[in-house]
Design a protein around this ligand. Structure first.
Ligand code: NDP
Ligand code: OXD
Length: 309
């Protein structure tokens, strides 16, 4: 029963070596097991090819190499009875916090603007504000949203957090549910999206939400492109409602060459690198969950299929 299949299309052998170090009593496979083979209760997946998961005999637990698992749910590749564990680890949380704070602080201290002025040879100091003169709203209070909000609090920003349920985040004002979304965002200077992509959260960043931000606000998207109505985002950038946007994720990735976001002067793009999976940290987390499952203990970070995250 101690068998694990790595179905990653990246570098399965490298992952397998890390798993062998964490789970020395396990047989770790990188070749697809088939019907009739001995049972393989555990599979580690990124974006598996069609049919890969269903073909594994005796599968009991699906461990995702990603925090966002909407692609696994949408593909229908994981049979309903199989629990899916999403990736939650310190590496993701630290990485996302670094990326979001880097973007937020660069905008807050006009560093993007000064880079543009430098290109024109223009010495033009702007009125600089302190963090406590700015309001930040973070959408999502989960494994990534909460630590990001806590960093904003530490820097002294007036911090607000919005989630499905009510949270306590020390030093921040918290909001819950659809009815409080606009209140959470009203008058914010920086809007950060760290929601999972679900039926409820798709298109949540639209004209209605952007309209209630402060004029000249900055939008940071580290979650998924499907959260944003791109036409509304571009309209808000063009009208000056937003002075800029930092985008790491897009509806289609890689972002197609013809997409206007590539060339928009107020958009800062990065190629889905905000919080990459650090394999050695992720493997430790996944191995610990496999042990919990084996010992009959509750497995952590199991996806609620009804909620979609
Ligand atoms: P979590 O599942 O830990 O947190 C999700 C948060 O969103 C929770 O606070 C949850 O509320 C809230 N939420 C969910 N649905 C709603 C809703 N309908 N209305 C209001 N709030 C809602 O996710 P993570 O923090 O781990 O990750 C967030 C997303 O970040 C991932 O799903 C993925 O898309 C993205 N990501 C991007 C990466 C990158 O490199 N760009 C890397 C890793 C992840 P509640 O607390 O009440 O349940
Ligand atoms: C993830 C991601 O969800 O890479 O882990 O976006």
């Amino acid at each position: 029963m101690k068998r694990l299949f790595i179905a990653s299309r990246g570098n399965p052998e490298q992952l397998a070596q890390l798993f062998r170090a964490e789970l020395p009593d396990f047989e770790v496979l990188t070749e697809q097991p088939k019907a009739g083979d001995a049972d393989v209760p555990f599979i580690v997946v990124g974006r598996p090819l069609p049919g890969v998961i269903r073909a594994v005999p005796g599968l009991k637990l699906v461990l995702s190499l990603n925090a966002g698992i909407e692609h696994l749910l949408a593909s229908g590749e994981v049979p309903d009875e199989l629990p899916i564990v999403r990736l939650v680890d310190e590496g993701l949380a630290l990485g996302m916090a670094e990326w979001v704070l880097a973007q937020a602080l660069a905008w807050h201290r006009n560093l993007f603007l000064y880079t543009e002025l430098q290109a024109k040879g223009e010495w033009s100091p702007k009125a600089e504000k302190l963090a406590n003169e700015r309001t930040v709203t973070v959408l999502g209070a989960g494994a990534l949203g909460r630590p990001v909000a806590e960093h904003f609090v530490r820097f002294g920003f007036n911090t607000r957090v919005w989630a499905r349920s009510k949270h306590d985040v020390e030093g921040a004002k918290t909001f819950a549910g659809k009815d409080q979304l606009l209140d959470a965002a009203r008058g914010a200077d920086i809007l950060v999206n760290l929601l999972p992509l679900t039926a409820e959260t798709a298109d949540v960043v639209d004209a209605k939400l952007l309209d209630v931000l402060n004029d000249g606000a900055f939008f940071i998207n580290g979650a998924r492109g499907g959260h944003v109505v791109d036409a509304d985002l571009i309209a808000a950038l063009d009208s000056g409602k937003l002075s800029g946007a930092a985008l790491d994720v897009f509806r289609t990735e890689p972002l197609p060459a013809e997409d206007p976001l590539w060339r928009h002067p107020k958009v800062r793009l990065s190629p889905h690198v905000a919080a990459p999976t650090h394999q050695h940290m992720a493997v430790k987390e996944m191995a610990a969950n496999i042990r919990r499952f084996e010992n009959g203990e509750p497995v952590r970070n199991v996806v609620d299929r009804n909620l979609g995250y």
